[in-house]
Write a protein that binds this ligand. Structure first.
Ligand code: IPD
Ligand code: CA
Ligand code: CA
Length: 272
């Protein structure tokens, strides 16, 4: 764990510390692989990629957690559900969020690990190995970046905001209005970024770098950790309609600093 969290170590739960260790381990593996030659294949569509490093990082995370917390079950992007159904601690894991970036030597990708107990995410870690930024949140205890407390931005108007977004891999077949809503906001002159890692988009919203982030159909592994980060940094996460957002639902998601939520939801929620 080195100096990255030294002063916070005593105040975090065992589960959060395990999530951190696992994310740092996976981050090292991804860093070693980044920019080298590795195998790449397609999953559900031509552009939904998986590399040998997604698998290597996921195996390292699951092996590490299993050996430290035997009473665990998993929902991991590449290997799906594993562990005993009766266990109450569920680890939701995206070993490499931003695979398309990683495969194209773009250094914007992360490891995302969340621990969920009885349907509630209690620990969250997003690690960006290239920038060495470790985002950590614990339910009720706040969110931190490399040990420093995080707070969402204080911007009050959409017009003064910068947002981020992303698009599902099946966009060509199922536009699901997300392009129209993206264009609606773009036409207002609001800067929008598409980083290619939803976990980073959410972590940056928690850190006040973005005022908000919206997307559709994210997997639980994309957003479980990021949602807690935003909430623990004082922000708000809902569906576009303002209804509660469930990480397992694949519904629309809008995360913000809270201040621009109503104004932006009204645009995202308009019927086309
Ligand atoms: C993807 C990224 C991307 C988002 C996609 C996700 P992956 O995850 O988070 O930003 O737009 O919806 O599927 O495939 O790189 O793990
Ligand atoms: Ca992902
Ligand atoms: Ca992934």
């Amino acid at each position: 764990m080195g100096g990255i969290l030294a002063e916070k170590k005593d105040s975090l739960s065992h589960i959060t510390l395990i999530a951190i260790e696992a994310a740092l381990l996976a981050g090292e593996i991804l860093k070693l692989g980044f920019g080298t030659h590795f195998s790449i294949s397609s999953k559900t569509g031509k552009h939904n990629l998986v590399t040998e490093y997604d698998h290597k990082a996921e195996k390292a995370i699951l092996d590490f957690i299993k050996s430290n917390v035997p009473s665990s079950k998993f929902l991991a992007e590449e290997s799906g559900c594993s562990g005993k159904e009766e266990e109450t601690l569920l680890w939701v894991v995206d070993p490499l969020d931003g695979t398309v970036n990683f495969a194209h030597q773009i250094p914007v990708f992360s490891v995302s690990i969340a621990a969920e107990r009885k349907g509630e995410v209690v620990s969250a870690v997003v690690f960006q190995p290239i920038t060495h930024e470790l985002f950590v949140a614990e339910k009720g205890k706040g969110a931190f970046l490399n040990g420093q407390k995080l707070k969402v931005s204080d911007v009050k108007k959409l017009d003064e905001s910068i947002l981020s977004t992303g698009f599902p891999y099946d966009l060509a077949k199922n536009p699901n209005h997300c392009i129209d809503h993206f264009v609606d906001i773009l036409k207002l002159g609001i800067p929008i970024r598409r980083l290619g890692s939803a976990a980073i988009d959410l972590a940056y919203t928690a850190a006040g770098r973005f005022e908000g982030f919206f997307e559709v159909k994210l997997g639980p592994w994309d957003c479980a950790a990021g949602k807690l980060l935003v909430e623990e940094a004082g922000g708000k996460v809902t569906q576009w309609s303002g209804k509660p957002f469930d990480i397992h639902s694949k519904e629309t998601i809008f995360a913000s600093n809270g201040q621009i939520h109503a104004e932006t939801s009204a645009i995202l929620n308009r019927k086309i």
